[in-house]
Design a protein around this ligand. Structure first.
Ligand code: HAM
Length: 416
């Protein structure tokens, strides 16, 4: 039987890794410029953590979690998102204080039992930011600005930042009543399941893909008309801040987000280059979550960006080639001379490899090419006799014979 990767998962093969690394280093460079520090949390957590944070009416908790009992009978879930584990870690290790802000970033795999399609997988990866301890609207702006700059730095031009405010609990209560009133005629003809779902969380109607409902919702009241004065002021400051800092955006009152922990600002960045799963990222403010999870009252805002979706959007952009690999080509039976050359290169911090057995030189060069080698170093009987090495540039094809004692410095220069 031939095994295959589980449905909805992907192997990341050596020739794709350069694009992942380029994306990761682009993200790391930008977040470090803004003073964020990395945090790493476990792949699995207690199931209760996600029910508590994402909400038991969220689609993730209702349908998508990979949940199992461990051998000790505890309910465990593979993490479906990165925010709740980060908050759990911050509370557990007392990283939060009333008077200071924490800026954290992470790369994480996430696991969601969804119907796989382009841009939607059962194991996907996110890079994320959480900015904890800042109530100021400029914190929301900072997170959105970093997100926007990340896509700009990757070369994804055609993006749209969509922003909304869903206010506080009070706002949502009054808004939900207005929304239910607007859809009441439609709802009475729906299945019991739909009615129950709507009853649990009416805001999820706004995420619907059903054409009849989408049409009906075009005339629905806007949540922005129901904001409390404090939330409305906060949203005005966010919009002003985005304009001042040159982040183009549109206000989209249909953005409500699928997780229950958001308050006030919510946003997504959409690309129309990546097919039906157009959301490159999603985020927002979640001022109640830390306290709800047992920590000190701490305002917070964050975002998570889908790595696979960013890679789809950049599939036509080649990352800069940065191979430093040197392949030593054996043109002699004397294996000890090959080993000495490899040792010399490695002692100088130069990554290198060579074939184990003496294949014809043409085949060795072909293999060096396949490995993406930047340089080849030929060691033959002539070179051994006169204490030299022949260095060949695999891009320009220029080659040069060098005294072995000078070779390291020359090779380093070529690789830099
Ligand atoms: P989310 O909107 O559920 O938010 O996910 C963020 C992004 O992860 C999505 O926009 C998408 O690009 C990517 N993503 C999610 N699920 C999949 C999937 N099945 N396959 C491929 N990509 C996927 C969150 O996860 C929140 N924790 C964001 C956040 C951080 N809010 C505050 N801080």
């Amino acid at each position: 039987m031939l095994y295959r990767a589980p449905r909805g998962t992907n192997d990341i093969l050596p020739d794709e890794v350069a694009r992942w690394q380029h994306l990761e280093s682009t993200f790391r460079n930008i977040v470090e410029l803004y003073g964020y520090q990395e945090i790493r949390t476990p792949i699995f957590e207690s199931t209760d953590l996600f029910i508590r944070s994402s909400g038991d009416t969220s689609e993730i908790v209702e349908k998508q979690m990979y949940t199992f009992l461990d051998k000790g009978g505890r309910s465990i879930s593979l993490k479906p998102e990165g925010t709740a584990p980060v908050i759990r870690a911050c509370i557990e290790h007392k990283l939060l204080s009333q008077s200071s802000t924490s800026r954290l970033w992470y790369f994480t795999p996430i696991f969601r039992y969804e119907r796989p399609q382009k841009g939607r997988y059962r194991q996907a990866h996110q890079c994320g930011l959480e900015l904890l301890g800042a109530k100021d609207a400029m914190a929301d702006v900072e997170v959105m600005r970093i997100t926007y700059e990340f896509y700009q730095n990757l070369g994804i031009q055609d993006v749209e930042v969509r922003v909304n405010s869903i206010g506080r609990k009070e706002t949502r209560n009054t808004y939900q009543a207005a929304l239910l009133d607007h859809v009441s005629g439609w709802l009475k003809d729906q299945s019991d399941e739909q009615k129950a779902r709507t009853d649990k969380n009416p805001l999820r109607l706004l995420d619907s893909k059903e054409p009849e409902l989408i049409e009906l919702l075009k005339e629905a009241p806007s949540i922005l008309d129901h904001l409390e004065p404090e939330s409305a002021d906060h949203f005005d400051e966010v919009k002003q801040g985005l304009s001042d800092q040159g982040v183009p955006f549109v206000v989209d009152h249909s953005i409500v987000r699928g997780l229950d922990y958001y308050t006030d600002t919510v946003f997504e960045v959409i690309s129309n280059q990546i097919g039906a799963q157009g959301a490159l990222c999603g985020g927002g403010r979640y001022d109640d979550l830390v306290e709800q999870m047992g920590g000190p009252s701490t305002p917070a805002v964050g975002v998570a960006m889908g790595i696979e979706r960013a890679l789809i959007a950049t599939q036509d952009i080649q990352p800069p080639v940065s191979s430093r690999l040197v392949v030593v080509i054996a043109a002699t039976e004397d294996r000890s001379a090959i080993d000495q050359t490899l040792d010399l290169l490695r002692s100088g911090g130069i990554p290198c490899t060579s074939e184990f057995s003496n294949a014809p030189m043409k085949k060795q060069f072909k293999e060096a090419d396949r490995l993406g080698a930047r340089l080849a170093v030929v060691v033959g009987d002539d070179e051994i006799a006169n204490g030299s090495l022949t260095v060949k540039d695999m891009i320009s094809f220029e080659q040069k014979s060098l005294d072995t004692k000078d070779a390291l410095a020359h090779i380093r220069k070529l690789l830099s």
